[in-house]
Design a protein around this ligand. Structure first.
Ligand SMILES: Nc1ncnc2c1ncn2[C@@H]1O[C@H](COP(=O)(O)OP(=O)(O)OP(=O)(O)O)[C@@H](O)[C@H]1O
Ligand SMILES: [Mg+2]
Length: 254
């Protein structure tokens, strides 16, 4: 299958994880916010068709329109980030999507091909966890520049990083780097860092395996609350500016 190139989208980055619940959508949303704050034109394709969460983080419930041939994405209020998600196509947000794999996979591709994204500097794809068919078939059709792996320290980090690296090699998609999420807890008004699962797991791996660490993120309870309220655009993304800088450098190394 040939990849479908779009001239109006400069870079496409996939966000993946070995397991669910590690903060993939949080990281996708936060990278988008940081890029948009820096003046880039950003879109998010919510590739998690059965477990969409991106629109809720941005407090978006509607705004997608179009017909079978062309779809226009919703746009966030503050930063103008364009969003497409299965949650925005349903009449009732709480309706479950109970589709078989091939249909889900083709919807992700359609979100890329059928949606009128306009001019974008970055399209971020929030993939479902793991190396499922949805992820693999998207890599066959969408010209993803590279993937970012999100892990947490309590996972079997070594295996997951190696697995993702190998998947990237097989699919000819570059692993741009790894983000360690919830590496430590930081409470508001305190500089103290609490490492709940031990330190330096990624650094240890880096000594034996060629990985690029994009950053280690704190768990910030105040952000959990804001994101839950649909206010990700006003979260403090300090840590993400260094991550975005490294990511852009890595893309230029292609
Ligand atoms: N660093 C963080 N600080 C504060 N809250 C976080 C952080 N990372 C994730 N969260 C919160 O943890 C919850 C799970 O994160 P998220 O939904 O991004 O995980 P996910 O990997 O996308 O899960 P899924 O596999 O279900 O798609 C969310 O409520 C999110 O806002
Ligand atoms: Mg998610």
């Amino acid at each position: 299958m040939n990849k479908i190139k779009k001239e109006n989208i400069k870079h496409i980055i996939g966000i993946v994880s070995g397991k669910g619940g590690v903060g993939k959508s949080y990281v996708t949303g936060s990278i988008a916010v940081e890029l948009a704050k820096q003046g880039y034109r950003v879109g998010i394709l919510d590739g998690d068709v059965t477990g969409p969460s991106i629109p809720y983080m941005f407090n978006i419930t509607s705004g997608v329109y179009g017909d079978e041939e062309i779809i226009y994405p919703a746009t966030t209020e503050k930063l103008g980030i364009k969003i497409i998600s299965s949650a925005l196509l349903l009449a009732h947000g709480e309706d479950p999507i109970m589709w078989r794999g091939p249909l889900i996979g083709s919807l992700v591709t359609q979100f890329y091909t059928t949606v009128n994204w306009g001019e974008l500097d970055f399209l971020l794809i929030d993939f479902p966890p793991g190396t499922s068919d949805v992820v693999l078939s998207a890599f066959q059709t969408i010209p993803v520049d590279g993937i970012v792996l999100v892990t947490t320290p309590q996972q079997m980090v070594q295996q997951i990083v190696k697995k993702t690296y190998k998947m990237g090699e097989e699919m000819k998609v570059k692993l741009l780097g790894v983000i360690e999420n919830m590496a430590y807890v930081k409470l508001p008004n305190s500089d103290e860092k609490y490492y709940l699962y031990g330190q330096n797991k990624l650094e240890d791996l880096q000594n034996t395996f060629p990985i690029n660490i994009l950053g280690s993120l704190p768990f910030l309870p105040q952000n959990t609350k804001l994101v839950d309220e649909g206010k990700i655009e006003v979260t403090d993304t300090t840590e993400f500016s260094a991550i975005v800088e490294k990511l852009i450098k890595e893309l230029q190394n292609e």
